[in-house]
Structure formats: C-alpha cells, structure tokens
Design a protein around this ligand. Structure first.
Ligand code: ATP
Length: 235
C-alpha cells in the first residue's frame, strides 16, 4: 500500500533521512521505533508532502506522492496526525473534528457517518462535543487529534507519537484505540516511544537510527530481538 524507497530528506540546515526503505501493508499496523531525533517525524512529514524528498520515491496505492500538494495526499487516503496535536483550542471539539473532513466536504452523508464512527470510538468526545478543545485533558485532546485525522476517511493513518506527554494509563487507552482503528480495517503507521506497547499491537516494525533503517521485521520477532530489547525495551 505504501512503499518508501531510497528516501533521503532533511532541512536547509540538516540532512536527516538517508536512503530509507519502508513499507506499510494494507490492513496492517506498522510501527516505527527510534530515539529522539532519529528522523521519525521527518519521515512522516516527507510522506505526507510537508517536506520535499531529496532523493528516492514514495508510492501510495500505485500513485507517486512526491510533488503532490499535501491536501491531494489526504484526498488520496493518507491522513497524518502530527506530534503535538495542533488543535484549535478555542473551537468546540466537534468543529475541530469536522475540519478534519474538509477534503470530503462534498459528501455530507459520508461525513455524518465518519463523525458517528469517531464518537463510537471515543464516546467521551460526544459528551464534550460542544466544549472548547483546549479545555479537555491531554488524553482527550489526543483523541480529538486522532478523530480529526479519521474524518478524512483514510485508508492509511499516520500517527506521530500519540502518547507524547500522557500518563501511562492514558497511553494505554490511546494505544488500545489505535489497535481498534486498525481492527476496523484502517492501516496504521505509528511512531511511538513506548516500544513494547507499540510492538504488542503492531504487525511489523522498522527501527530508525540517525536517519537510517537499522532493523525491520515482524513485531513478534522485534520484541524478541536482543538489540531492540536492550535499546528500546530496557531489558
Ligand atoms: P522526536 O522523537 O524528538 O520527534 P524524531 O525521530 O521524530 O524525534 P525528527 O523530528 O525527524 O526526529 O528530527 C530529526 C533531526 O532533524 C533532528 O536532528 C532535528 O534536530 C532535525 N530537525 C527537525 N526539524 C527540523 C527543522 N524544521 N529544521 C532543521 N532541522 C530539523
């Protein structure tokens, strides 16, 4: 479904990704592990059209993504829920969600369905739908950010560290929701600091270090891998 091949990318002042190859398969949950600064966010921003690749290719459902504007990439079925949530704090929860459906705005019936699905996944958001998003707890705000991405009706959802800054119990709830989204048939590409919890819900994983893929495989194998256990699971 998503194939990233020989991808190099970065910023004016920094080369970040070096010849990265990753794939995310239809219906699967793929996790990207890596220390702070290893390039996970840059990888996601490059896939979703916010950073230009220097070299390499990105293909999604048979379509080449480099050069496409970010909104066309969303329309093609790839949603990106960024690190740090970026909600409109003063706007009601529901308005934040509906904004996520902007690329589908012509299909009102589908938008209503999508909103119902988000409320089914996160009943708490239905209760708080009229409240300004900024008044919600950190975990609830993360649910709004995920729900907003789901409103674009993606086939692949990219989630950049959804548990950032959340307490362990809340992290567990958020990752359980991510697993549920995947069980509902949406492929997920997830960056996560909680390697063990992420590998438990994932099918496959890739480990990034200094902008290169240093390890990849089935999640169950990565959970047993001595390097992963030492570097990311603290074993
Ligand atoms: P984190 O877990 O901290 O988000 P990450 O694995 O997502 O880390 P990136 O955010 O992709 O890593 O950062 C990779 C490198 O790129 C870091 O050295 C960072 O300082 C640098 N970097 C990130 N954003 C920019 C930018 N806008 N301009 C220049 N350098 C940047």
């Amino acid at each position: 479904m998503l194939t990233v091949q020989g991808l190099s990318a970065g910023y004016d002042t920094a080369d970040v990704l070096h010849s990265v190859d990753i794939t995310a398969r239809s219906g699967e949950l793929t996790v990207i592990l890596g220390a702070n600064g290893s390039g996970k966010t840059t990888l996601f921003r490059t896939i979703s059209g916010l950073v230009r690749p220097r070299e390499g290719d990105i293909e999604f459902d048979g379509r080449r993504l480099p050069g496409l504007p970010a909104d066309r990439i969303v329309k093609a079925g790839l949603a990106h829920c960024p690190e740090g949530r970026h909600l409109f704090a003063k706007m009601p929860v529901e308005k934040n969600l509906v904004l996520g459906g902007y690329v589908r705005r012509r299909d009102r019936a589908r938008l209503r369905e999508l909103l119902e699905q988000v409320y089914e996944l996160f009943p708490m958001l239905h209760e708080k739908r009229q409240q300004p998003a900024g008044t919600l707890s950190g975990g609830q705000q993360q649910m709004v950010a995920i729900g907003r991405a789901l409103m674009s009706d993606p086939a692949l959802l990219i989630l950049d560290e959804p548990s950032m800054g959340l307490a362990p119990l809340v992290t567990e709830q958020v990752l359980e929701a991510v697993a549920q989204i995947n069980r509902n048939g949406i492929a997920v590409l997830l960056a996560e600091q909680n390697a063990q919890a992420a590998l438990r819900i994932a099918h496959r994983g890739f480990v990034l270090a200094e902008g290169r893929v240093v390890l990849s495989g089935d999640a169950a194998d990565l959970l047993r891998d001595p390097t992963v256990r030492e570097a990311y699971l603290g074993v």
